[in-house]
Design a protein around this ligand. Structure first.
Ligand code: GLU
Length: 596
């Protein structure tokens, strides 16, 4: 996955494109590149690594134009080299393309184009798009028709920004990768997401699957946009949405990293979730009630939230929900049938495996309910019903506030299923207060001290049961993602079936206790690992002599895990800082995996 930005207007837009790329770096930072059209020339600049400290005015003072595109890459096809960086050009240098996605049939297309004499410079799948458009231009009457015709030949996914040396035009197009058009006075922006250009434009059009937008100058000389369907070429009436988040909301708000900013926002996230409209919840709850079988399909952190949801619905609503990792779903999806409900959970709403799950559910006649954080995302539009989780824009690659917003939304659904929406809302407000206590300064100091103590350990484990099982997985995922300490979470009941063999002197074990009948059992597990030398960290509503380090959480009943996880998110962050790692740039990871 990667980020793309575009500008079309009457002034030099390169500054805005570079700014946009810096905001999109969370989507990939293997390399970056720019293209600008000026005086019927296309200027190109590419660099390996992060765009972070690049200063356009200082580093490339004469580079710019009124039509510009930019790209920050997360390589899928072809190594991380300057040549493989986008934008990619046609042989004649007329067409420049930036691309997010994968051209699945690029090998066939490339071979056919090479036969026709096209010379390729890179190893990427993307470069075929530039050559294909060049080829189509030989027979089609104009650039728009050539682009449409080329895109019809492409299999796979794409969000594209395309410029043409010979025309005053910028074309955006999408299928299965996100693209948003930003509208400002006499100028337009393209972005993989809204924060890429929010500072300049807050009226947006979320392009739908197989839509294309053509930015050009009309007869009067004013910039205009035309939205159309790629396949039919038919014009589409654009639905303009006004974005209410401020640009600052997408900024770090004075914190050194988005990760800490986003963790500290969690009380607000919970309060916003508690305010979810009753009617919206009831409609989603009705889908769950009506379903013959319910599955929850998601990846990574979102899957962990789904696991919490499945325990919650089993315990409080007597509903069996089967969690399945979206990446493994294709081995089960042939068993979906009419009457099934697939609950999909995703922060970005662009996760390729989750979108695939929607397609297979629909193919079988099953219904899809989405818990998704990004308005206008592919998942939101593909699902039969969706509920927006209330995390707000999550910039950090590591998901923190989105996780608790997903857990909290499952809690609201559980409340709605029992006709107790108002009661659940009240309980969630208590969760917000409990998190408020956890993120108090003195507590942060305590977690920093613990991080210092643990920063040299090679292994670390998490243990939880029932509603806290998901937290044992999620706490360890966060720790390994950001601090690279090997961390694994286990269910308390599984301990004796293997994992206990890993326990040795001083190995830290985080034990999550739920305030119900499982507490005694998890305390017994804590005893068992302590007897073998483990350093036991208790994250619980009440202290116990078995805990060598105790992190207290308010007793919030079944919602206690939502507050408890905040401790380990913070621990993960401070472990990274202790190890002098950058929490904003975890190795090999990107936010929202838009390729399978
Ligand atoms: N497939 C393209 C490349 O590897 C784009 C990758 C992406 O969208 O992350 O260059």
């Amino acid at each position: 996955m990667c980020g793309i930005v575009g500008y079309f207007g009457s002034k030099d837009g390169m500054g805005a494109v570079v700014e946009g790329l810096k905001r999109l770096e969370y989507r990939g930072y293997d390399s970056w590149g720019l293209a600008a059209r000026t005086d019927r020339k296309i200027l190109i600049h590419k660099e390996i690594g992060k765009i972070g400290s690049f200063n356009l005015k200082k580093d490339l003072p004469n580079f710019g134009g009124k039509i510009c595109i930019g790209h920050t890459r997360w390589a899928t096809h072809g190594g991380v080299t300057a040549i493989n960086s986008h934008p990619h050009l046609s042989c004649d240098g007329r067409i420049a393309v930036v691309h997010n996605g994968i051209v699945e049939n690029y090998q066939e297309l490339r071979a056919a184009l090479e036969k026709k004499g096209h010379k390729f410079k890179s190893q990427t799948d993307t470069e075929v798009i530039a050559h294909l458009i060049e080829q189509e231009l030989r027979t089609k009457k104009n650039i728009v028709e050539a682009v449409r015709s080329a895109l019809k030949k492409i299999e796979g996914s794409f969000a594209l920004g395309i410029i043409d040396r010979e025309n005053d035009i910028l074309i955006g197009a999408r299928y299965a990768s996100p693209l948003v058009l930003g509208i400002a006075k006499d100028e337009f922006y393209l972005g993989s997401d809204v924060p890429a250009f929010l500072k300049y434009a807050n009226q947006v059009v979320f392009l739908d699957e197989r839509e294309m937008v053509v930015l050009s100058h009309g007869k009067s000389g004013n910039a205009q946009f035309d939205l159309m369907n790629i396949d039919s070429g038919k014009k589409i009436k654009a639905k303009i949405t006004k974005i209410k988040w401020s640009a600052e909301e997408a900024e770090k708000g004075g914190h050194p990293h988005f990760m800490i900013k986003e963790m500290l926002e969690q009380p607000l996230v919970i309060r916003k979730t508690a305010a979810t409209e009753k009617e919206e919840l009831e409609k989603a709850a009705a889908l769950i009630k009506k379903a013959k079988r319910v599955f929850v399909v998601a990846c990574g952190t979102a899957l962990h939230a789904g696991i919490y949801g499945s325990y919650l619905l089993a315990k409080r609503n007597n509903i069996m929900v089967q969690p399945i990792s979206a990446g493994e779903l294709s081995y089960f999806s042939h068993l979906f049938k009419k009457g099934d409900l697939v609950i999909t959970v995703s922060q970005s709403g662009e996760t390729a495996d989750v979108l695939e799950a929607v397609r297979s559910a629909h193919k079988a006649g099953a219904k899809v309910l989405a818990l998704v954080n990004v308005l206008g995302s592919s998942l939101m539009r593909a699902a039969d019903r969706s509920i927006l989780t209330k995390a707000g824009s999550e910039i950090c690659v590591l998901s923190t506030k989105a996780y608790i917003s997903q857990q909290a939304m499952f809690a609201m659904l559980s409340g709605a299923l029992n006709g107790e929406t108002a009661k659940m809302k009240k309980s969630l407000l208590e969760v917000a207060d409990a998190i408020e206590k956890i993120i108090e300064k003195k507590n942060l100091g305590k977690i920093k001290t613990l991080a210092k103590k643990l920063s040299k350990v090679p292994n670390l484990y998490g243990l939880g049961r029932s509603l806290n099982y998901a937290n044992s997985l999620e706490s360890c995922l966060k720790i390994k993602e950001v601090s690279y300490i090997h961390a694994e979470g286990f269910a308390g009941g599984d301990l004796k079936h293997g994992p206990i063999a890993l326990i040795e002197k001083d190995v830290p074990v985080m034990v999550f206790a739920t305030p119900d009948s499982t507490e005694k059992e998890i305390v017994s597990n804590a005893m068992e690992v302590k007897a073998r030398g483990a350093f036991v960290i208790g994250i619980s509503f009440q202290n116990n002599s078995v805990y060598e380090e105790f992190l207290p959480v308010t007793d919030l009943g079944d919602l206690t895990p939502i507050a408890a996880i905040v401790y380990t998110q913070l621990l993960a962050y401070y472990l990274a800082l202790e190890k002098k790692l950058d929490p904003a740039k975890p190795t090999h990871l990107a936010n929202g995996v838009t390729v399978n």
